[in-house]
Design a protein. Structure first.
Length: 240
């Protein structure tokens, strides 16, 4: 048995060591157009946040005038995470300029999410070019805390997203909070979403599978593209 003790300095160095961040193959990420609502659906720890961060930075770097609002409902994203991914994926980019066009908003409840969406809706009424992309990660974060207020998603959140939809692209992630997924999302959800990307967890690796449009054709090989999502680095690479 190794009785060697770790020094305080070694422990501090190990705990504060930065994770490597890989370069994403940006041409494999979803192409965004105004009016698109892309849904990323999958189980826990399938890489949806990594994909959303990559798409966000890809949009900001490729379009120097674009603006993105990233609404983090899981409170798992920070400016530092974006900076690390930006440094790895686009080392020659003007990092200050890119991050200045990114608005990161963290929500702790369904009503805070509604408040942010209401603010975005008001801004669009004043300026049609307010932002290019709105990201919500993840829309079902508050499922259990708002279990007695399920109608808020149906009656308030979805209508706000439908109101915002014509002015920008919207990216929405969610994963089932319970094993039984029937009736978790309201029927109006299918009217909102234009494309679905399904994240399915395999033992190794994990895949990002494009399902075509809306909620049809699940498992149809004609619409399926497989990707490897490296959860450690955030790197996305095509497998087929």
């Amino acid at each position: 048995m190794d009785n060697k003790r770790e020094s305080y300095q070694d422990l501090l160095r190990r705990c504060t060591r930065k994770k490597e961040t890989g370069k994403c193959e940006s041409e494999l990420l979803p192409t965004l157009s105004k009016g698109d609502v892309i849904e990323l659906y999958g189980g826990h720890v399938t890489g949806s946040t990594s994909v959303l961060c990559s798409v966000t930075l890809d949009c900001l770097v490729k379009n120097p005038s674009s603006r993105v609002i990233y609404i983090d409902c899981d409170r798992g994203v920070s400016p530092h995470k974006f900076l690390n991914l930006l440094t790895a994926s686009y080392p020659q980019s003007d990092k200050d300029n890119v991050l200045q066009r990114l608005c990161l908003s963290q929500c702790s409840s369904l009503h805070e999410l509604l408040s942010v969406l209401e603010s975005v809706e008001k801004q669009f009424k004043q300026n049609r070019d307010y932002v290019d992309v709105v990201v919500v990660d993840n829309v079902l974060s508050f499922y259990w805390s708002s279990v007695h207020d399920k109608n808020t998603l149906r009656d308030k959140i979805v209508p706000k997203l439908l109101s915002i939809k014509p002015h920008c692209s919207i990216l929405l992630s969610w994963h089932p909070p319970v094993k039984q997924t029937d009736n978790i999302l309201p029927p109006s959800w299918s009217k909102l979403v234009t494309r679905r990307l399904q994240l399915t967890s395999q033992t190794n690796p994990r895949y990002l599978v494009e399902d075509g449009s809306n909620h049809g054709n699940h498992g149809d090989d004609k619409h399926s593209v497989q990707f490897n999502v490296d959860l450690r680095t955030g790197c996305v690479t095509r497998l087929n």
